[in-house]
Design a binder for this molecule. Structure first.
Ligand SMILES: Nc1ncnc2c1ncn2[C@@H]1O[C@H](COP(=O)(O)OP(=O)(O)O)[C@@H](O)[C@H]1O
Ligand SMILES: [Mg+2]
Length: 237
């Protein structure tokens, strides 16, 4: 019997967990048994998907909101902590702009929000702006892969926005990405460059205006006012 069940598990492409799940179910009726079985298979599938998404998101380290210190961070009135944590900005396809000096926790917060989104069944992708532009400029299969990954995501995190100057083609590729996300998904950018100085790394004035326009419309600005965590930690040592 077990062997036959195993055979159907494979041919129906059900989780191998089935073989663990079904003997442990205690139920008083057929319906109850079936319901519990389906629920547990569904959970198993969602969990695998979550882990796959987490591995494919491009985070170099995993960070969470646990013990994250918000005391030096200015959240906008409409986006207080509990609101931020609901991730409603993703459902609403709004953007977050995390602005502040180096070492103040921008990347940490962006990653933590991305991880939370994935844990809740959404898709998030993380790129340092320069790595993304490099991928978009590389061979067409790599470019297509990146575009597909972004297209399928609910949240695109662009880290280190403006840290290095782009050339014209790079800026144009970035513009295409931002445009394609406009009102279809959320973007989080982390930057230490104020809007007025974006032209300095995007070069083209019109392009800069167009990017600012698309990013800033439906966006929330989060200001990081603290001192560098790296600096504080190294001073303590
Ligand atoms: N508010 C914070 N709460 C907890 N850890 C923080 C906070 N801000 C920064 N850190 C830690 O300090 C280091 C630098 O933060 P990071 O997010 O890389 O800064 P940024 O991206 O602004 O340069 C990371 O290891 C991060 O986990
Ligand atoms: Mg950073």
């Amino acid at each position: 019997m077990r062997e036959k069940i195993g055979k159907y598990q494979k041919s129906l492409r059900l989780s191998t967990k089935l073989m663990e799940i079904y003997p442990s179910i205690e139920a008083d009726s057929h319906e109850e048994f079936l319901l519990q079985l389906l629920e547990q298979l569904d959970n198993d599938r969602k969990n695998k998907k979550r882990i796959r998404n987490l591995n494919n998101a491009g985070f170099s380290v995993i960070k969470t909101l646990n013990n994250y210190d918000f005391s030096q961070i200015n959240l906008p009135d409409k986006m207080q902590l509990h609101e931020l944590e609901t991730l409603r900005f993703i459902t609403n396809k709004e953007n977050l702009i995390l602005y502040g000096a180096v070492g103040t926790g921008k990347t940490h917060l962006a990653v933590a929000l991305g991880v939370k989104a994935i844990n809740e069944g959404k898709r998030a992708v993380f790129y340092r702006v320069h790595d993304l532009v490099n991928e978009l400029e590389s061979e067409s299969s790599k470019k297509a892969k990146a575009l597909k990954k972004i297209a399928k995501s609910d949240l695109l995190i662009l880290d280190e926005w403006g840290y290095l100057p782009l050339h014209q083609e790079g800026a144009r590729l970035l513009f295409d990405i931002v445009s394609s996300c406009y009102e279809t998904k959320s973007i989080i950018i982390t930057t230490n460059i104020e809007f007025g100085r974006w032209k300095g790394f995007l070069f083209d004035e019109k392009l800069t205006a167009a990017i600012v326009d698309r990013l800033v419309h439906h966006s929330h600005m989060i200001m990081f006012t603290g001192q560098s965590y790296r600096m504080i930690n190294s001073l303590i040592k």
